[in-house]
Design a protein around this ligand. Structure first.
Ligand code: ADP
Ligand code: MG
Length: 349
C-alpha cells in the first residue's frame, strides 16, 4: 500500500535526516509551561517544579503491533500517542510532553511520514501535550515507532497498581471488547480484499468497533471526572491487554483477590452483534481482547455514592482476600478463575 513509486511523492533519500526532522516538526508549538526547551538542541529542558515526574514508553513494530494494510498512518501516529498517554492517566497523572523515535525504510515517502506526524500532532493538540524531541534513523524493512510520554502529578495524587484493599469496589470506564471486535472485522475485510480487490465492503454496521481499534482515545476525561468527584482510586491500571490480564496485575501488585460479575460487564450493543456474527463469546472478547484503553480502578466503599449510576463508569466487582483468587461469577452463578490468556487464546478457535 505504501510502496509508492509515484514521482509526485518525495523520496526520503532526497532529504537527509536533518531536513526530514525539520520538515516533520516545523509546525510544532509548545503549549505547556513545563516545556522550557523543545526540539532543536541536544536535549529538551523540562521543569515540573515540586510535582512528581512520570515517564512511560512504548515501542511499536510494523507486522507485530500494527498492520498498515488497514491502519492509515495518521491513525497509527494518533494511536501511538494514545497508548502512552493512557499509561500516564492510569497513574492519575497529567501527560505534558512526548518524544517520538522513528526507524523507517525507504519504502516510505516524505508524504507518508507527514501523515504519521499529522496524527501525532492532532493527538498532541487534543490532549495538550508537547512534542519535545525524538530520534530518526533508517531501517532495512518496515517502520518502528517509539513514543515516550512524560507527565506530572502531585505526590499524594499518584495512583499505583498496588493500593487495592479488601472490600474496595472495582470500577471500569466506558465499555469493553469493541477494539477486539473491530480488529476481527478489519482482518476479515483484509482477507476478502486480497481475494477480490474490487470488493466494496459496507463497514457502517461496525463503525464504532472499527473506530475503537483504529482511533482509540485515552481517558483524560475520566481522570478529570475523578478529580471533580473528589475520588482518589486506591489502585488503577489501563486496559491494554484485556480485562482479565489487568485484574491479575492489580491482584498481584495489591496482594488481593477479585470477584467480577459477568452481567455487570459494560458492552456496546454493536460488540454483541459482531460476536454473534463471528461466533465468539462476548465475555471472552471482554476478558481477553484488549486495546480498549479504558481505566480499571478500585475505590473505597465510601466513594460509591459519588459514582453510582454515572453513565461513564461501571462497578463490575469488588476486592476479596488474596486466597479467594480472581473469579468471574457468570450469569448462572458459576465461578470461573480468571487467567491471562492475551491474544493467543483466540488463535485456535
Ligand atoms: P542528536 O544527534 O543529538 O541525536 P538529532 O539530530 O537526532 O540529534 O535531533 C535533533 C533534534 O531533533 C533533537 O532535538 C531531537 O530531539 C529532535 N528529533 C529528532 N528526531 C525527531 C523526531 N522523529 N521527532 C521529533 N523530534 C525529533
Ligand atoms: Mg539523534
Amino acid at each position: 500500500m505504501f510502496e509508492d513509486k509515484n514521482p509526485s511523492k518525495t523520496s526520503l533519500s532526497d532529504l537527509g535526516e536533518f531536513a526530514l526532522i525539520d520538515h516533520l516538526t516545523k509546525s510544532i508549538k509548545l503549549q505547556n509551561e513545563s516545556s522550557i526547551l523543545g526540539i532543536g538542541d541536544d536535549a529538551a529542558i523540562l521543569s515540573h517544579s515540586e510535582n512528581k515526574t512520570l515517564v512511560s514508553t512504548d515501542l511499536l513494530i510494523e507486522g507485530i503491533h500494527f498492520d498498515l494494510s488497514y491502519m492509515p498512518l495518521k491513525h497509527l501516529g494518533y494511536k501511538a500517542v494514545m497508548v502512552n498517554l493512557s499509561d500516564l492517566y492510569a497513574m492519575n497523572a497529567t501527560p505534558t510532553q512526548i518524544t517520538v523515535s522513528l526507524a523507517v525504510s525507504n519504502r516510505f515517502t516524505l508524504e507518508a511520514l507527514e501523515e504519521l506526524y499529522a496524527g501525532i500532532e492532532l493527538a498532541c493538540k487534543n490532549y495538550k501535550v508537547d512534542l519535545i524531541g525524538g530520534d530518526t534513523t533508517s531501517s532495512t524493512s518496515g517502520l518502528l515507532l517509539s513514543v515516550t510520554a512524560l507527565g506530572m502529578a502531585s505526590g499524594n495524587q499518584v495512583v499505583k497498581r498496588s493500593g487495592a484493599q479488601e472490600n474496595d469496589l472495582l470500577v471500569v470506564s466506558g465499555d469493553l471488547g469493541a477494539a477486539y471486535a473491530g480488529l476481527q472485522v478489519l482482518e476479515r475485510e483484509k482477507a476478502v480484499f486480497k481475494a477480490n480487490p474490487n470488493s466494496q465492503p459496507d463497514l457502517s454496521p461496525y463503525s464504532y468497533s472499527i473506530e475503537r481499534q483504529l482511533k482509540p482515545e485515552a481517558r483524560k476525561d475520566i481522570i478529570e471526572l475523578l478529580e471533580e468527584l473528589n475520588i482518589v482510586p486506591t489502585s488503577m491500571i489501563d486496559i491494554s491487554d484485556g480485562l482479565s490480564s489487568e485484574i491479575l496485575h492489580l491482584s498481584k501488585s495489591s496482594e488481593v483477590g477479585f470477584h467480577i460479575f459477568e452481567d455487570k460487564l459494560p458492552l456496546d450493543p454493536e460488540v454483541n452483534l459482531i460476536c454473534e456474527e463471528f461466533k465468539f463469546n462476548s465475555t471472552t472478547a471482554v476478558l481477553n481482547g484488549g486495546e480498549d484503553y479504558e481505566l480499571l480502578f478500585t475505590i473505597a466503599q465510601k466513594d460509591f455514592e459519588k459514582i453510582k449510576n454515572h453513565p461513564l463508569l461501571s462497578v463490575i466487582g469488588h476486592v476479596v482476600e488474596k486466597n479467594a483468587g480472581c473469579q468471574l461469577i457468570t450469569g448462572l452463578g458459576h465461578q470461573i478463575e480468571l487467567t491471562a490468556q492475551g491474544w493467543q487464546s483466540f488463535e485456535n478457535k
